[in-house]
Design a protein around this ligand. Structure first.
Ligand code: NAD
Length: 482
């Protein structure tokens, strides 16, 4: 029998006022219920905001290094639970054990990183123009912050929002995606165990339309940090900015890798395959377009088709590529495969839902490659969020860059080239927040800023690293004459 998890409000584990729960099933075996969560209402979310507002001063007044001690202990607790959380992540979300273990480690590292940062916080002292004066800034917490997170990195994303928010002294309300809330729940359990001030962190599970909307609009919320689809993010942006809340929106992508004629084509195929098919293509930074110079096009297509065909699909505890997270995500991918074929793209690898044996009932799709894709086809413009790659031929660097930037998104982009001038022009001209040279579009370091351009991001605040703290602090400038 699966465990039933509760909400965490004001330092207590509580059931939802609705009396309803929702099951999370294993995407590799949907008849298995992994865990059960509260199906909460807007009223439950409002209670959590009240608890956070009541606790904000106490947590904000706690000396920052003491807040850091709590975060450090959270990192230690997660490290002790790493194996169990890796399995939970695979069972709820479907990614492989190797991918899940890396993600759990990322959450541990994030808590330790921001724990260390708490000793460096506070503000800056500047040279005043007059005598007998002090001139300095004081960084304060913003207040109550709502964190709304997606299912695809169900522990790393809650961690990279919660750790800086709490380090900076804010009170937090968290709504993880209903599809895989377990790892975020585990972070809150660790915060509880580490003795965080009651009400400084609150977790409510339930539908976005109820819990998410309340978190985005409640008067007592000062800031909203959202990660998810551009469609929902843009709506939350409008709702939250309506009464001047501070907002941070991290949304979709249509990330390209340019493969130029100077590239080593085998290396390029490895790079693109890793970016396109890793985590079953369910990364906001996943490579979904390979924009390939015509001189190496045929060679690249052969190499990438070979990579796609070689990937062993199956349950994430044993195989190289796991299932998609839900039936509806799988259906979305299969629909895009049909759309691409109808538009005239050539199916060169995959394209099917594998059946029988270990695939029975699981939400699997083959790693898929479309070639001869034209830049304005939907498969070249819209986020698929599955292991589907569109290969687009181009005549030269100028055309490659033009195709690269000709989408509504601008999250991550990479180039595979050995031409120094081309690489430097790409760094300057590409419209993306993450720029990779001879690397996949996926894979991020935790101590440098992360965010996108255009419809990938609200472009106001970056996440991660030092920049990740900016969103969660508000600064006063003090002029003091003695
Ligand atoms: P989603 O937009 O469906 O949901 C994200 C979160 O918003 C969930 O918690 C959901 O319950 C909540 N939500 C849904 N409706 C809401 C509403 N009306 N009001 C408030 N909240 C609401 O996204 P998803 O399917 O969970 O995640 C996949 C998407 O996330 C992809 O588009 C991917 O590119 C994006 N993503 C972006 C980044 C990034 O950093 N840019 C990182 C990971 C994922």
């Amino acid at each position: 029998m699966a465990d039933t998890h509760q909400n965490y409000v004001g330092g207590e584990w509580v059931t939802a006022s609705t009396g309803e729960t929702v099951d999370v099933v294993n995407p590799a075996n949907p008849t298995e219920v992994v865990t059960t969560y509260q199906e909460s209402s807007a009223a439950d979310a409002a209670d959590a905001v009240d608890a956070a507002a009541d606790a904000a001063d106490a947590w904000g007044d706690t000396p920052a290094p003491q807040r850091g001690d709590v975060l450090r202990e959270v990192g230690d607790i997660l490290a002790d639970r790493k194996e169990e959380l890796t399995e939970l992540l695979t069972d709820e979300e479907g990614k492989t054990h190797a991918e899940a273990g890396g993600e759990v480690q990322r959450a541990i590292d994030i808590f330790h990183y921001y724990a260390g940062k708490t000793r460096d916080m506070g503000g800056d002292v500047k040279s005043p123009s007059g005598s007998n004066t002090n001139l300095y800034t004081v960084d304060e917490p913003v207040g109550v912050v709502s964190l709304i997170t997606p299912w695809n990195y169900p522990i790393a994303i809650p961690a990279w929002k919660m750790a800086p928010a709490l380090a900076a002294g804010n009170a937090v309300v968290l709504k993880p995606a209903s599809v895989a809330p377990g790892p975020a729940h585990a972070i809150v359990e660790a915060l509880d165990e580490a003795g965080i001030t009651d009400g400084a962190v609150n977790l409510v599970t339930g539908p976005g339309s109820e819990v998410g909307t309340e978190f985005a609009t409640n008067d007592r919320v000062d800031a909203v940090s959202f990660t998810g689809s551009s469609q929902v993010g843009n709506m939350v942006y409008d709702q939250a900015t309506d009464d001047q809340k501070r907002v941070q929106m991290e949304m979709g992508g249509k990330n390209p890798t340019l493969v130029m004629d100077s590239a080593d084509v085998e290396d390029a195929a490895d790079i693109v395959a890793g970016g396109a098919f890793g985590v079953t293509g369910q990364a906001c930074t996943a490579t979904s377009r390979a924009i390939v110079h015509e001189d190496v096009y045929d060679e690249f297509v052969d190499a990438i088709v070979e990579r796609a065909a070689d990937i062993d699909i199956g349950p994430g505890d044993e195989y190289e590529m796991g299932p998609q997270v839900t039936e509806s995500e799988l259906e979305g991918t299969l629909e895009y495969i049909d759309i691409a074929a109808d538009e005239g793209a050539a199916l060169a690898a995959g394209g099917e839902r594998p059946e029988g044996g270990r695939f029975e009932d699981g939400f699997y799709v083959e790693p898929t490659v479309f070639t001869d894709v034209e830049r304005d086809m939907r498969i070249a413009q819209e986020e698929v969020f599955g292991p589907v790659l569109a290969v687009i031929p181009v005549a030269d660097y100028e055309e490659a860059l033009d195709v690269c930037n000709d989408v509504e998104y601008g999250l991550a982009a990479s180039i595979v080239s050995n031409d120094h001038s081309e690489i430097n022009r790409f760094k300057r001209d590409v419209e993306a927040g993450v720029v990779k040279i001879n690397e996949a579009t996926t894979g991020l370091e935790l101590h440098v800023p992360f965010g996108g351009f255009k419809n990938s991001s609200s472009e106001t605040w970056r996440e991660q690293g030092d920049a990740g703290l900016d969103f969660y602090t508000i600064s006063k400038t003090v002029y003091e004459n003695y």
